[in-house]
Design a protein around this ligand. Structure first.
Ligand code: AP5
Length: 255
């Protein structure tokens, strides 16, 4: 298992931005408990690498907001902190992966969450003509910090950005209660209520930690610590992903 914390003042982010515009980046999976910072980091990496962030949680919430058939099916499941059935999730992910912006790679935020989803993804990549390399990074954060972060999180139902109302955290909204980007009123996600969050943490332990073993066994897994400034964690992830480069699939060091 790899571990990277508090990286020194490297220029990884700048170099990654410069070099990422044309190269294949591959598939980067961000794993970690609810509130560990997957979404926050996925957005940073998406900007740096110029590849899409694909968040299954965001996609599901958009379905719920748009009152689609899928949204109506999954709303209660999400609100109770349970996992949406694998078949529905893989169908939704498949539709998203068919879009042309995924050709150089993509960041999967919150997927796979079960070993069946992981097996599906590996199978899907294996049948591609020129398969993208895949790397999984877990962001680790202790339970006390998770609970504090999630209790202060506020969510924009329009652009899916998340903010935090506590002064000690980054990403405070400029205008209290409103999204910086589109001015929408921020909400607390129903599944961020404390009892639902506890359920999500249990589900994560039971169903998602085996996904870590799955990628560790394949030599495609690294871990970074999730505390500290956002840009430090981004640098740690860049280093971790770079450390997982596979023979014949080298990408610039800064990835
Ligand atoms: P999803 O939306 O994926 O939720 P999650 O995995 O539980 O993750 P979160 O969104 O809660 O947290 P995060 O790790 O992204 O943290 P964030 O960056 O926001 O899934 C929701 C539900 O959908 C699931 O429970 C399930 O029902 C369903 N679902 C989704 N995918 C599924 C799948 N594959 N299979 C089945 N069901 C699925 O950060 C948290 C807070 O901390 C924010 O306020 C942020 O601003 C702040 N913060 C982040 N980083 C820092 C930092 N370094 N310093 C200070 N504050 C920080």
């Amino acid at each position: 298992m790899k571990s990277a914390t508090n990286p020194s003042e490297s220029t990884s982010c700048e170099l990654a931005r410069e070099m990422a515009q044309k190269s294949r980046v591959g598939v980067v999976l961000l794993l970690g408990s609810p509130g560990a910072g997957k979404g926050t980091q996925a957005k940073e990496l998406s900007r740096l690498w110029n590849i899409p962030q694909i968040s299954t949680g965001d996609l599901l919430r958009i379905h719920v907001a748009n009152d689609t058939a899928l949204g109506r099916t999954v709303k209660t499941i999400i609100d109770h902190g349970e996992l949406v059935p694998d078949s529905l999730i893989t169908e939704m992910v498949e539709a998203r992966l068919l879009e042309p912006d995924t050709a150089r790679g993509y960041i999967l935020d919150g997927f796979p969450r079960t070993t069946d989803q992981a097996t599906w993804l590996i199978g899907r990549l294996a049948v591609e003509r020129n398969p993208l390399p895949i790397r999984a990074v877990r962001i680790h954060l202790d339970r006390t910090q998770l609970l504090r972060r999630v209790s202060g999180r506020r969510h924009c139902p329009v652009c899916q950005r998340s903010f935090n109302i506590y002064e000690i955290y980054e990403h405070r909204p400029k205008y209290n209660g409103f999204c910086d980007r589109d001015g929408a009123a921020l909400i607390q996600r129903p599944d961020d209520a404390e009892e639902v969050l506890c359920r999500r943490l249990k589900v994560y332990e039971a169903q998602t930690t085996p996904v870590i073993d799955f990628f560790q066994a394949r030599g495609q897994f690294a871990e970074v610590m999730g505390d500290g400034p956002i840009e430090w964690i981004t640098e740690s992830i860049l280093d971790a992903v770079n450390g997982l480069s596979l023979a014949g699939q080298e990408i610039p060091r800064e990835y």
